[in-house]
Design a binder for this molecule. Structure first.
Ligand SMILES: Nc1nc2c(ncn2[C@@H]2O[C@H](COP(=O)(O)OP(=O)(O)OP(=O)(O)O)[C@@H](O)[C@H]2O)c(=O)[nH]1
Ligand SMILES: [Mg+2]
Length: 426
């Protein structure tokens, strides 16, 4: 990360290939996550095992190998590709003399570093505490005990006192979680109210979703620049994992008076910690309540198909299943593909290309403004307010002044057409 001047920390990454999922891809992801956390992979260790060893996660031989690498390479951290149990962490740490950071803790660290708003910070803190709860007195805590000579070694003498301490810590953490959740609820209640208000205003909502770093925020900024109600309201885009942790909503006003709300959401990665997904549920509610999803995919990445799979699984996990979806293959400028090019609900495009953004808008239009009809109304002269409303909110195709009033041909939603039915002349 360029904003920190601290030299990257060298680590060992270690993964267990049980034959489930896509091992190579998840190890690549792990290396990217490690880099995102200002760390550098010094050594990579793999093991094929049908299932993790319950006590040490890796098999005995691999643990010995890890200990040797730790000693010879002078590295003090091992990052594992899966979430481990408290005892697995403890056992690997004592056998290798290195600290263990599992995949979940790593992702939590990254999120914690990125979180800017109160809401994002609360969400990450809650997820971190929930992760810590079953892991009290391992890792850092245990090392502290050892340093202070308080005896984390687990001899019988300390057991009673240790348990009491553990229970106390657990209670403290539970209270903290409760407190933070309360604070989060207050914030999300406000967001819910805003969302309900927006829904009442009747504007359709479109949410950008997808794997982290796919170009969601860049797409949002492109559309906001072209058609935003307030074109200066750009969101943060950057070539780094999890640049966006907060949902931002922007209003898009098309030249023909059609409007919709566009939201940018937090990106996904595979094996996203459950607690994190749970904590970010309110942020992701924006996607869950959308009328249309745009799944942004980095088309230039060789792993794009797996990233789509990851995204679809994550969406399913948060209960988003029945929303129509445009699949937008981004960064086509980095590939040989011709762009923009469209096939049904799929678009190959670049978020930095004007013609691409127009094509995307065309596709959004087709989905979101389906229930429009063209009607001709005769508005009596004394109904100036209706005319004002239509001038502001609807796309007027033709205006003619006749003896009885103003005759206009206008595009209306089914609901609006219903509302002005009595003025309808054809
Ligand atoms: N070459 C090229 N780069 C792009 C394009 N779209 C986005 N990028 C770059 O890809 C990187 C990630 O873009 P973001 O828009 O921040 O990605 P995101 O999906 O919002 O990522 P997260 O918020 O981290 O989930 C940035 O460096 C962008 O400049 C594109 O069409 N072409
Ligand atoms: Mg983003």
């Amino acid at each position: 990360m360029d904003e920190t001047a601290i030299a990257p920390k060298e680590v060992i990454i270690a993964g267990l290939n049980t034959g489930a999922g896509n091992f190579e891809y998840s190890m690549e992801e792990l290396a990217n996550l490690v880099a995102a956390n200002n760390m550098i992979v010094k050594e990579e260790v793999r093991q094929k095992l049908e299932r993790p060893h319950p006590g040490t996660y890796f098999g005995k031989g691999k643990i010995t190998e890890l200990a040797e690498i730790v000693a010879s390479e002078n590295v003090d951290t091992i990052v594992t590709n899966d979430e481990l149990t408290a005892s697995q962490i403890r056992n690997i740490e004592s056998a290798t003399k290195a600290s263990v950071l599992d995949r979940t803790a790593l992702i939590l660290d990254i999120f914690a570093n990125r979180a800017q708003t109160r809401e994002a910070k609360l969400q990450v803190q809650i997820a971190q505490l929930q992760y810590q709860l079953p892991r009290l007195h391992t890792s850092v805590n245990q090392r502290l005990d050892q340093q202070t000579g308080a005896g984390g070694g687990g001899g019988f003498t300390n057991r009673g006192a240790g348990e009491t301490q553990q229970e106390m810590d657990r209670r403290t953490i539970n209270n903290q979680i409760k407190h933070l959740k309360g604070e989060l609820t207050d914030i999300t209640k406000a967001a819910d109210t805003q969302r309900t208000q927006r829904e009442k205003n009747g504007l359709p909502t479109v949410a950008l979703v997808g794997y982290t770093n796919a170009g969601k925020s860049t797409t949002m900024n492109g559309l906001v620049r072209k058609y935003g109600l307030n074109e200066d309201k750009q969101v943060f885009e950057k070539n780094m994992l999890f640049a966006t942790l907060d949902t931002s909503v922007r209003q898009i006003n098309l030249p023909d008076q059609k409007q919709f709300l566009l939201s940018d959401t937090v990106g996904f990665v595979s094996k996203l910690p459950h607690g994190l997904v749970e904590a970010f549920r309110s942020t992701l509610a924006e996607a869950a309540n959308a009328d249309l999803l745009i799944q942004v995919v980095d088309y230039s990445d060789p792993n794009s198909e797996k990233m789509m799979k990851t995204t679809n699984e994550a969406l399913k996990a948060i209960g988003v299943t029945d929303i129509p979806m445009i699949v937008a293959f981004n960064k086509a400028d980095k590939t040989e593909a011709k762009y923009p090019s469209r096939e049904g609900m799929q678009l190959v495009y670049s978020a930095r290309d004007d013609a691409s953004l127009d094509e995307l808008i065309t596709m959004i239009r087709e989905q979101v403004f389906k229930n429009y009809q063209t009607v001709t109304l005769l508005i009596p002269f004394d109904q100036g307010n209706i005319l004002n409303f239509l001038n502001e909110k609807a796309h007027i195709l033709e205006t003619e002044y006749v003896a009885e009033g103003t005759k206009i041909t206008v595009e209306l939603t089914d609901e609006s057409a219903q509302r002005f039915e009595k003025y309808r002349v054809n």
